[in-house]
Design a protein around this ligand. Structure first.
Ligand code: TRP
Length: 432
């Protein structure tokens, strides 16, 4: 079964609200349970530095967001869940990518252009108060995505351009240095509703119309009571069309519950009663999570351990991959030969080769062997020659992540580190 790798980052710049839950947390947690999906979710704290210069706010938000995802059911055993700043390879890759990114591409980024436009409109210098982090943001984001060779990146529409830029940057790098990166695609969830806020506009921190995801019960009740309605009295029929209250209800209800509420609107349910039903429905889903959230927020030690474990898992990919990328661009151990030029035939003949064979057990095997006869990697038995060939092809295309994906089918040899194998594969790729 081939798995699709999903990756998404959440900038820790605030406290999650119900809109984030419905639009991002809940669908992501659900997707992470699919057997054919491998997910990477991370707290994009380097990104947060672009907008926030209050250290305690970043720390608090990182804690709140991590606790929210975990409380909402994210299983760190299934998902690689980590904090961006625990992966030093990310800023390193950012630099390698920066050097193949044209400045003109970044000039066209929406977020940067919007900041310039706003300055111009308010008659300031075009670049006033724009930090270089904002300008470089798409490259950092490309590094996040490309490091793990993600196939699909679930994002909101506002982020689609950034994914396209990541593709552009990956293509440029691949063109110059060999096929290292998978070209990512944006996965836009159109079926997920954007939740209206208290005033009927999209729920957002910046409109101050939001309901914090884990507001205590009493506050939740009070906030729900503040959702805009009109002055129609109980007994007067109400339509669900355009009703923020109904839309929020629908985001939590199953089909029958939504139908029953529609019926109640038609029959003239009073706003106070409708709000009470909404409160009960939300609290039924969120209540148990709120308890887990409160417990997690009281256990920073436990959360820190979870994030560090996630980082060490992520670095199993990032460290060897970065070593291979460093080599590819020429940041090399001086003791290695300087022959890796693409057209260099001599270097090609010094490269290890894959050998496929069949054993007396009827199974199909391969090994990766150096010209000297030293075996770098030995496979387990595959049921067919085709499967063995497929594994070889994967290793050739995408060494670092294939090494991880195929791990159960591979036996590395004593005295050969994964880094050495990744590097050898990378050499074969650049020479091909
Ligand atoms: N820029 C994203 C946002 O503001 C967060 C983010 C950072 C991200 N790195 C990412 C999302 C990589 C997806 C993939 O929402």
């Amino acid at each position: 079964m081939s798995t699709t790798r999903f990756l998404t980052g959440i900038t820790p710049s605030g406290t999650p609200h119900l809109g984030n839950y419905v639009g991002s947390i809940r669908p992501s947690v659900q997707a992470s349970r699919r057997a054919d999906v491998e997910s990477f979710y991370f707290l994009a704290d380097y990104h947060a530095l672009i907008k926030i210069d209050e250290p305690s706010r970043i720390q608090r938000s990182t804690m709140e967001i991590a606790a929210s995802w975990l409380a909402a059911g994210l299983d760190p055993k299934r998902v690689t869940f980590y904090r961006q700043s625990d992966i030093p390879e990310i800023p390193e890759l950012t630099w390698l990518l920066t050097c193949v990114t044209s400045k003109g591409l970044l000039n066209r980024a929406h977020a940067y252009k919007a900041a310039v436009d706003q300055n111009t409109a308010s008659q300031q210098e075009p670049e006033a108060n724009i930090n270089a982090g904002l300008f470089m943001y798409p490259v950092l984001m490309a590094a996040d995505i490309l490091m793990f060779n993600a196939h699909q990146v679930p994002v909101g529409r506002d982020q689609v351009q950034h994914i396209e830029m990541a593709r552009d940057i990956a293509q440029r790098f691949n063109h110059l240095y060999g096929e290292h990166f998978t070209l990512p695609e944006a996965a836009i969830e159109d079926s997920v509703a954007t939740l209206p806020g208290l005033d009927g506009r999209k729920m957002s921190k910046s409109y101050d119309n939001h309901i914090p995801l884990f507001a205590p019960r009493q506050q939740l009740k009070k906030l729900i009571a503040g959702i805009v309605t009109d002055s129609r009295a109980p007994g007067v029929a109400k339509e669900t069309e355009g009703s923020a209250l109904f839309q929020i209800y629908q985001a939590f209800a199953n089909t029958e519950e939504a139908a029953a509420m529609r019926q109640a609107f038609a029959e003239g349910i009073g706003w106070a009663d409708a709000k009470q039903l909404l409160f009960e429905r939300i609290d039924r889903e969120i209540g148990p999570m709120r308890e887990r959230y409160t417990a997690l927020m009281a256990a920073p030690q436990q959360m820190e351990e979870i994030l560090l474990a996630g980082a060490s898992q992520a670095r199993k990919v990032a460290t060897p991959f970065t070593a291979a990328l460093r080599h590819a661009v020429g940041l090399r151990d001086l003791r290695t030969s300087t022959t890796a030029a693409k057209s260099d035939k001599a270097s090609k003949s010094a490269l290890p080769v894959f050998k496929q064979y069949r054993e007396s057990d009827g199974k199909f095997y391969f090994k990766l062997q150096e010209p000297s006869g030293r075996v770098l990697l030995q496979s387990a038995g595959f049921a067919s020659g085709q499967e063995a060939a497929k594994a070889i092809a994967l290793l050739r295309q995408n060494s670092a992540s294939a090494l991880v994906d195929l791990n159960p089918m591979l036996r590395s040899q004593s005295g050969v580190s994964d880094d050495e194998i990744a590097l050898a594969l990378q050499h074969m790729m650049t020479a091909a």
